[in-house]
Design a binder for this molecule. Sequence first.
Ligand SMILES: [Zn+2]
Length: 411
Amino acid sequence: MLRFIFILLVTNLAVAQQPSKEDSLVGSLTPEKSWWNLLSYDITIKPDYRTKTITGNNQIKYKVISEEPTELMQIDLIKPLVIDSVIQNGRKLSFQNKGNIWYVSGAKKRKNKKYTITVYYSGAPVESLSPPWDGGFVWSKNSLNRPWISVACQYKGASLWYPCKNMLYDETDEGASISIITPASLNAIGNGRLVKQQRTSDGDMQYTWKVVNPINHYGISFYMGNYVNIKKNYTETKGKLSMDYWVLDYNKQKVEDHLIPKSIQAMKSLEHWFGSYPFYEDGFKIVEAPYIGMEHQSAIAYGNNFTKGTYKGNDVSKTGWGKKKADRIVIHEMSHEWFGNSITAGDIADRWIQEGFAGLAEELLLSDLFGKKAGRSFFQADIEPLKMINPSLEDTVSMKTEVQTDRSSKD
Ligand SMILES: [Zn+2]
């Protein structure tokens, strides 16, 4: 996110001076996190709009990669959410809590073996006050006053809403699934493909979505509301790609008028410059969200009011090029499928990788549409001044200090 980048940079510099011990434990590769390699997440979540609480569980599959694993296994989950129980092979495991860190005892750990633990949790997740900038749950209402719920957590990470290994470098090698339980009046969309839809014993609906590709923790998300689906098939470099658009029921026409043309335009340019869309197996989706955007893998969040440029903020195109034909959020978030989701910075401090290439993607699209001069002039006016694209050495060192100080202070 463009404005996000700048805000985060400023926030980061402030935070970097005094990381708390707890920040260290989340942000560092501790011994309790490094003996196991993450294989998959299977998340089930039931949000309750009235009480703004959730209950859920995450089946975390892992492979033991160390000769000498520590006794404890670290799971991250940010309070006020709490872990209720941890089960492995029908056996209850004990755990202890230190702030936003949870240490599980007795998890299986024979080298090269694969195991699963199921972590049950509940509570009122941190709420986002200015989504997606600050991160957290979004309990919103649509313009007909019906519940509209989602979550975005790029910077703080997914332990804001589900128990996980909050590290960008360790993606789920075998994919992930997310199952959302909603009242029957709403429906829910997650990453990848819908693999199951069923009524629960108490009359709710459960929607299970699945990706087969590796995914990072903040790339997983869901959207719950009164959605309709419009499908479009797209044939290009790797054959047929299913493109799906999920918007609130009263915005259906805007898909045909705006989202389909803009996203096809962007897909052609991105595949031309960056290679095939990285997740043909999981399909591609744009989902209307109660915030401006986020690169949730194969289900990107879109909240740009179906307009050209960007609909708010001070990052409208200074040269005018960005407003002419492109929807800047469509091209920006779509480009993150290549840089951000397929190629992910191993550490959030290095996210210039994803944001830098997203800026370049905007230039390339405008070059395709209006010629090289237009693309360059847009980039120079609108992208280059953002420090994240070309951070000074000082900025980079400050941002990394937090993590590195923490790594050396583990004891
Ligand atoms: Zn971005």
